[in-house]
Design a binder for this molecule. Structure first.
Ligand SMILES: Cc1cc2nc3c(=O)[nH]c(=O)nc-3n(C[C@H](O)[C@H](O)[C@H](O)COP(=O)(O)O)c2cc1C
Length: 366
């Protein structure tokens, strides 16, 4: 499997399979002199881990991060940093039973056609949502760098099914983070959160799953960041976000709504406030021409309903070439959204550090 490295100056290489020995990430290009807090990395991982509530999968992987290289006395040396998590609580038995039967909207057919049947199918192998634990560890380090420049990334659940918690002008501060972490689905309004929880509970009881959207906001990114044409900020963020399994779409600012707006509605008027050029609204999502304008970066990500559901579904056995039915047992999230929030933040942080390094806004020694 090629193409497991992402980034230009701040590079991450993802490795490991869902049911293999370890899952991990190698970071190259991390400036020297950064004090790494393993606690901060662990805190982020705990937001992604399974088994956080009755609404997430009951798999109880204890995702404990360890640093294998690249730091000395807890400070980065400039050498590649390798982070791993040992895989525990592995149960591959369900995958043995159904290995010749294509799970609808899962990776079985694509992996078969791409890797000739040699890809590790246990727990979806390299395609598993589990690989994002590596993204989160790398993202935690990227966030520690961004913190030095007061650049903050915050994502929350905007919708689950048709229940929407779309909040205008979200204040990105510790209080808002606390509010989000009080919600089992990581929404911001308690009543909406309860409705979302009930919906997830209902689809879970129906052996089904549900999709949703995540809104991500970046505050304090300076203007002038992004390298068009092919490394525009929108292009880089989109590529990073689409590397997260189950993501099916992204829109910046007004996004797809722009297709039904007039220019006079969509255009963000420029004004001067406290000597600074800003816009009065942010339908551009903080990026114009692939370059940041100093307004918050705002985008929304669509996460599909979990493909692996318990309901009986029509499918095909590719060995016998016969149509058949599949009833999948095992432990899966009825909704991926609450666990994907921290992954969205992580990939965004990785992109931003990469761009800041490309433009020499971050020195190679901190
Ligand atoms: C944090 C996280 C957890 C996931 N858990 C599951 C899961 O339990 N069951 C499942 O079918 N898919 C899960 N997925 C999504 C699949 O990995 C993904 O749908 C699959 O690899 C196919 O890729 P695609 O949906 O991007 O096309 C998860 C994704 C993420 C980000």
């Amino acid at each position: 499997m090629g193409e497991n490295t992402f980034g230009t100056r701040f590079k991450i290489t993802s490795f490991g399979e869902s049911h293999g020995k370890v899952i991990g990430v190698i970071l190259d290009g991390v400036p020297a002199g950064l004090k790494i807090s393993l606690d901060d990395i662990q805190k982020e991982l705990d937001m992604r881990k399974p088994g956080q509530s009755h609404l997430t999968t009951s798999r109880s992987e204890f995702d404990k991060a360890t640093i294998q290289s690249g730091t000395f006395n807890g400070i980065t040396t400039g050498a590649p940093i390798c982070l791993i998590i040992k895989n525990t609580d592995i149960d591959s038995s369900n995958y043995e039973e159904i290995k010749n039967i294509l799970r609808p909207s899962q990776i079985d057919y694509s992996a078969l056609k791409r890797y000739g049947g040699f890809a590790d199918y246990r727990g979806s192998g390299r395609f598993s949502g589990r690989i994002t634990a590596g993204f989160v560890m790398a993202g935690a380090i990227a966030k520690q760098i961004l913190k030095k420049y007061d650049i903050i990334i915050f994502a929350y659940t905007k919708s689950i099914g048709t229940i929407t918690d779309d909040i205008k002008d979200v204040k990105v501060n510790e209080e808002t983070v606390e509010k989000r972490e009080k919600s089992l689905v990581r929404a911001l309004t308690p009543e909406k959160s309860k409705m979302m929880e009930d919906l997830i509970e209902k689809v879970k009881n129906d052996k089904d799953s549900i999709g949703g959207t995540i809104k991500c906001i970046v505050k304090n990114l300076p203007e002038g960041i992004g390298s068009p044409i092919f490394n525009s900020l929108e292009a880089s963020i989109s590529k990073a976000i689409f590397s997260i399994p189950a993501v099916k779409g992204i829109e910046f600012g007004a996004g797809f709504k722009a297709g039904s707006m007039k220019g006079s509605e969509h255009n963000d008027p420029w004004i001067i406030k406290d000597g600074k050029i800003i816009t009065t609204k942010n339908d551009s999502g903080g990026i114009i021409g692939g370059i940041s304008i100093g307004m918050p970066i705002e985008f929304t990500v669509v996460v599909k309903p979990t493909a692996t559901i318990g309901k009986i579904q029509k499918t095909v056995n590719y060995k016998t070439m016969k149509e058949t039915k599949i009833e999948i047992t095992g432990r899966h999230d009825p909704c991926i959204v609450p666990r994907a929030i921290v992954v969205i933040e992580a990939m965004t942080a990785i992109v931003l550090v990469d761009h800041l390094l490309i433009q020499a806004k971050i020195p190679s020694v901190l």
